[in-house]
Ligand binder design. Structure first.
Ligand code: FES
Length: 395
């Protein structure tokens, strides 16, 4: 039997129409229905250029994002700085293998997450993960178009920054609002927002496990004196003064990890990746290493505490600039090791699945913390995106 037939619709015109009695057509339909995703999990992150050729666009998006950076005459100055920094940043990506591995790790995490959710929660299956990066492909707009096409029952918008900052997580949520500013929000699609999870026990256990792996490389008698430097991306003090919750949420993660480890080692929070002349959170990771080194300490483990994937800040800044260049500068008499990011650690995949499953089961759509603004917020784009999510989450 033919799966398609010609149907005459009058005036000599005809259409090719599926033959409803064709078994092949019917089974294809039911297959589509069976595999149509019911629940989507949208993983938000900053992203990274996959090749050195993607660096110019990536930098341009960063330098023109006013949630992340506020410059005078940003429309002109942003592209100018992006262009000026391109060659230097391309060189760094070349040194770590030619591109950012963020997408690769995010896909592994997405697959592990969906696999776990399909088993743990058949009533909300099939689950499908989506990736929306803020500054590199796949970008928010492209992913949201796919989500619209898939006609989901439920979308879980899941920030992959464990600690919330208006500059990073906030910017990703704002990008979703911008996509829908002139579009209809998909009818009948339920929304859930997961905006922060700094002290989730499985995240802390995973980080503790990554640290223990590195401790084992030191002689047993030296292990308890190894200094753990929890390194997070720094933030301009201007943002801290506005009341951005990021620094204290990073502190909460470190506290919870050290509690898991029963305060086994000396430790400190340090801040990396500062750019420009304005004051940022301190001590800088590099300065902290130098300071401890002056006091005679020689064994360190750098722990990325706010990055869940390897990327340029771990692979270049921590591994090359501190792990190799700084060691050389300090005369080679110190050891700097680095704990791996959570990446595809089993505990981390369990953590992601637990966060989504718990939020979906509890029907926690959005928190009041997410919907409220920093005490001294002056960013005009914050209220509109928060109002958008209040509306779609029906809070
Ligand atoms: Fe934090 Fe606006 S800067 S809500």
């Amino acid at each position: 039997m033919e799966c398609f037939q010609r149907v005459f619709v009058g005036n000599g015109r005809s259409l090719v129409w599926p033959n409803a009695r064709c078994a092949r057509y019917l089974s294809q339909e039911s297959n589509i229905e069976k595999h149509k995703p019911k629940t989507g999990i949208l993983l938000l992150n900053m992203g990274g250029p996959q090749t050195v050729n993607d660096v110019p666009d990536y930098l341009l998006r960063i330098m023109t994002d006013r949630n992340l950076i506020q410059l005078p005459m940003q429309r002109f100055l942003g592209p100018y700085i992006a262009k000026k920094r391109t060659a230097e940043v391309q060189k760094k990506y070349e040194e770590i293998g030619g591109g950012s591995p963020i997408l690769k790790w995010t896909q592994k995490q997405g697959n592990g997450l969906v696999e776990r959710l399909d088993t743990a929660s058949p009533s909300t299956a099939p689950h499908k993960y989506y990736v929306a990066f803020r500054y590199a492909n796949p970008l928010t707009d492209e992913t949201m178009r796919q989500i619209e096409k898939d006609q989901l029952d439920h979308l879980v918008v899941f920030s992959q920054y464990p600690q919330f900052s208006c500059a990073t997580s906030g910017s990703s949520f704002d990008a979703i609002y911008h996509y829908f500013r002139k579009r209809q929000v998909p009818a009948n699609m339920k929304w859930t927002v997961i905006d922060r999870w700094p002290t989730h026990s499985l995240l802390c256990q995973c980080i503790a496990d990554r640290i223990k792996t590195e401790l084992n490389f030191f002689p047993v008698e030296e292990q308890k004196d190894v200094v753990l430097l929890f390194s997070a991306h720094s933030l301009p003090l201007k943002a801290v003064k506005r009341g951005d919750s990021y620094p204290y949420e990073v502190g909460a993660t470190v506290q919870a990890v050290m509690e898991t480890m029963k305060y086994s080692n000396p430790y400190a929070i340090t801040w990396q990746s500062k750019v420009g002349p304005v004051p940022w959170l301190e001590p800088a990771t590099e300065d902290a290493i130098k300071g401890f080194h002056k006091r005679g300490l020689k064994n360190f483990i750098l722990v990325p505490i706010a990055f869940t994937n390897e990327h340029i800040e771990t692979l270049h800044e921590l591994d090359i600039e501190y792990g190799k260049d700084l060691v050389k500068e300090l005369g080679g008499k110190i050891t700097i090791r680095r704990a791996a990011a959570p990446n595809d650690h089993k505990l981390f995949l369990d953590c992601l699945a637990d966060i989504v499953e718990t939020a979906v089961k509890a029907d926690e759509r959005v928190t009041n913390k997410f919907l409220s603004r920093c005490p001294k917020c002056t960013n005009r784009s914050c209220q509109p995106y928060k109002s958008f999510f209040a509306k779609v989450c029906q809070k």
